[in-house]
Ligand binder design. Structure first.
Ligand code: EPU
Length: 346
């Protein structure tokens, strides 16, 4: 989001042993009882202007094949690998399964924290295990997919912030080029066009990846050009009865059925219908092509407080119109490195 932020201390970790050493010996900073704050690529955090904490930055690199058969490839990826580069690398190797998650910003180690998801695939569908350091007990753990207790943009890592430092992520990818998931939105149509350009009858995972890159580039601003942290609000999940009542007034409302008679509503649609596509409070505005994304028009000058002001305003206008409370999606970081509660509007 390119917010102005300076931290007291930062430690970049290039291997796991370095973390053991750091935690065993402590530093001047930990002696002062500063809290530890784990920062990955920084693409989904809202940082305070002054961060009084020790920032731990996992930057271990490497991609290793750990098992391979005719049908699948198991890989272990170190936390500091760039996520999109990993997606492109695996698909080009003929190892498929991550193509729907192309162009998501950030590093691999952060991907399990919010169980990144896009175009019908969530990280948990491909993940086998996570190796992570438990900061309170200073011990290493291998966590299975079940241990991670994933939900929509959620996991044990997200629910207990600054408790785990993820160092490796294990994936099982497949080698079948006919096995694709293109049912979301216009992915199938765009992927088909890429396939035909290559004289293929059916799209392969390579075509799906190209399609998703194209779709995302059209709708989502590049954080390097116009700072943003992807979807700023979660798609709210409401009672089916409330959804049906809203449908009577707004027949075009976009919703997806969920278990337990709930409906997930497209927050981007709500914001657009509330007249706020491109709206906000200077210098934070929703994106003109995708109202769910907040953009920062004053990089490294705007602060967390500016984001909160725009967030309040947008959430209030949407609530007035639809009686639906929007929750923030990115992680709100307090000045002492603790994490604000994601459900609450600050
Ligand atoms: N819509 C509008 N106006 C807008 C934006 C969206 O009417 O300004 C409508 C669209 O027409 C569509 C519906 O809302 O009918 C859903 O829009 P879209 O397909 O663009 O997806 P989204 O719900 O806005 C979610 C994820 C994205 C993910 C896409 C694709 C959340 C909070 N967001 O967005 O994730 O890439 O689906 O799977 O779940 C992210 O988390 O940072 C992120 C970008």
């Amino acid at each position: 989001m390119a917010l102005a932020c300076a931290a007291d201390f930062a430690v970049t970790l290039t291997d796991e042993a370095q973390l053991d050493d750091f935690m065993a010996s402590g530093t001047e900073a930990t002696a002062d009882d500063l809290s530890l704050f784990v920062l990955s690529g920084g693409s989904n955090v809202l940082l305070p202007a002054s961060l009084n904490a020790v920032v731990l930055q996992p930057n271990m690199r490497g991609i290793h094949v750990t098992a391979q058969t005719e049908h699948y490839v198991d890989i272990e990826v170190m936390a500091g690998e760039n996520w999109h580069d990993l997606v492109v690398y695996t698909v080009n190797q003929g190892w498929y399964g991550l193509e729907n998650l192309a162009l998501i910003p950030g590093l691999t180690g952060a991907a399990p924290v919010q169980n990144i998801g896009a175009y019908g695939v969530q990280l948990e569908d491909r993940l086998q295990y996570v190796r992570a350091y438990h900061l309170p007990s200073k011990t290493w753990h291998n966590l299975s997919t079940t241990d991670c207790d994933f939900g929509y943009r959620d996991s044990i890592f997200k629910r207990a912030p600054n408790t785990w430092l993820i160092s490796r992520v294990g994936f099982r990818l497949h080698t079948d080029p006919t096995n694709i998931l293109a049912s979301y939105g216009d992915v199938q149509t765009v992927a088909q066009r890429y396939a035909e350009q290559q004289d293929r009858k059916q799209p392969t995972p390579v075509d799906v990846m190209q399609a998703i890159i194209e779709i995302r580039q059209q709708k989502l601003p590049d954080p390097k050009q116009l700072p943003n942290c992807g979807s700023f609000f979660q798609n709210p999940i409401i009672d089916q009865s409330q959804f049906i009542a809203l449908q009577a007034t707004y027949p075009a409302i976009v919703g997806y059925p969920m278990p337990d008679a709930m409906v997930k509503v497209a927050a981007g649609w709500l914001i657009e219908q509330a007249g706020l596509k491109g709206g906000g409070i200077t210098p934070i505005f929703t994106h003109k092509q995708q109202a769910l994304v907040l953009t920062n028009h004053a990089p490294y000058q705007a602060t967390q407080a500016d984001v909160a002001t725009a967030q309040h305003y947008i959430a209030d206008v949407v609530y007035e119109k639809f009686a639906i409370q929007l929750s923030r999606e990115p992680v709100w970081v307090n000045a002492d490195g603790s994490i604000g509660h994601a459900e609450h509007v600050v």
